[in-house]
Design a protein around this ligand. Structure first.
Ligand SMILES: [Zn+2]
Ligand SMILES: [Zn+2]
Length: 245
């Protein structure tokens, strides 16, 4: 499986990643990708950019560089059981793509799977959320059948995050189940690297292996094709300046 663009990448602006945006774009161009999403951590993550970063991103950064369409996004933190995100609504409205993720440093400790299921169902009702980040994290297990049905209703895509086997040990089993449920319920998937250095851009091998093992049809994986990803995103967020091809 060859992706047309990476949908989850970080830059040194979050202070625990180490490449610039332009270095990431160069890596995407060198890999022959048509697009790349830059998805910085939300402001609640220690070291992450101020909320102004998200307000200014679309205006400040060109839409296309080196033949790579730049998707201006964020990886917002789910902050509580009501599904509140740390990027304010005014910022979310100015972005192309919003990933929502649960992280150890920003999501309440000692929650139950039932509580996390309720939190994800609340996130699914937020029309600004496009992608569910690293859902298979074993520290945040939920009732996957219930949440994936909620994401189908909300129109979100679910990412298979290639960093999970290393960063979130024990994820594979959950990711395989999540991929199978997405296949069953027709929820679109993304293969993403979660790169924290430019040499990882487009490195989605472990995600592709899981999608393959689950028997997910290629048409269901949005970022294997630029046009498929673009049309899905434009239909969700009404973006008017994304090139058609
Ligand atoms: Zn990170
Ligand atoms: Zn994350």
């Amino acid at each position: 499986m060859k992706i047309a663009g990476d949908t989850h990448t970080h830059t040194l602006l979050c202070q625990h990643a180490y490449s610039t945006l332009l270095e990431n774009i160069r890596a995407a161009a060198a890999a022959g990708h048509r697009f790349m999403a830059t998805t910085e951590h939300g402001p609640a993550m220690p070291g992450a950019p101020h909320e102004w970063y998200f307000e200014n991103l679309r205006k400040a950064v060109p839409r296309e560089m080196l033949g790579v369409v730049v998707i201006k996004g964020c990886e917002a933190d789910v902050m509580d059981l009501a599904g509140t995100l740390d990027v304010p609504e005014s910022g979310l409205r100015k972005l192309d793509l919003v990933i929502a993720s649960m992280h150890r440093l920003t999501f309440p400790q000692d929650t139950t799977p039932e509580e996390r299921t309720a939190a994800w169902c609340a996130v699914a009702e937020n029309p600004r959320v496009d992608v569910i980040g690293h859902l298979g994290d074993p520290r945040f297990e939920a009732d996957y059948e219930t949440v994936i049905r909620a994401f189908r209703k909300g129109g979100q895509a679910v990412e298979l995050n290639a960093s999970s086997p290393v960063s979130r040990p024990g994820s594979e089993k959950n990711c395989l189940r999540i991929a199978a449920l997405c296949k069953e319920y027709g929820v679109p998937l993304l293969l993403s690297s979660d790169a924290h250095f430019c040499t990882s851009i487009g490195e989605v091998g472990p995600s592709a292996a899981i999608a393959q093992e689950a028997g997910v049809p290629e048409e269901q994986i949005l970022n294997l094709d630029y046009r498929r990803f673009r049309d899905w995103l434009c239909a969700r967020q009404g973006i008017e300046d994304l090139p058609e091809e």
